[in-house]
Design a protein around this ligand. Sequence first.
Ligand code: ADP
Length: 196
Amino acid sequence: MFNIILFGPPGSGKGTQSERLVTRYGLKHLSTGDLLRSEISRKTDLGMEAKKLMDKGQLVPDSVVIGMIDAALDANPDAKGFLFDGFPRTAAQAEALDNLLAQKHSAINTMLALHVSEDELVRRLLKRGETSGRSDDTNEQVIRARIVEYYNKTAAVADYYKKFNKVEIIKGEGSIDSIFQFLCHEIDKHKPEIVG
Ligand code: ADP
């Protein structure tokens, strides 16, 4: 398997680039944000509990998202690899992911970290809120709270993978096409692992 983490703050373009990357490399896209929104739209108990936190810009508990990822890995036994988007978001989630992948005799091959300035993030999220139907994108206070959660809890995840020399920093500003090319360039350095 070839497994990538696409990493970066809210609004850094993970969702947009993930769609293109999974098409190019034949990976299974796993977005915890999408999985949680699907629980909310189906009005499950998990979704209703998660919504209260998401509407405040806070993270949902580690045990909830780790359980969702565990189930998603098991549901895709034939996947050639996974692209993780919005996960792991805490050091505990990163350790849990490594353990889940190790049980499947696999590991994270690379983390691609998108860097975007805070002003640009807020601009993009407010613009996305005009059309996305996502309530967490319409209120600037909630957007800022998500960015604070990112710096307090999530940024450390990059430090975790840096210890294993797995982090590549990518400038996440510029055209969608040019950022996609930068991402592909990094992934293609691992070509033997992807093909093998
Ligand atoms: P964005 O990164 O643009 O804010 P996401 O769709 O990735 O959007 O996540 C939306 C919300 O879902 C987050 O603000 C958080 O409340 C929750 N969430 C998503 N993934 C995780 C995760 N791995 N751990 C905890 N909470 C998460």
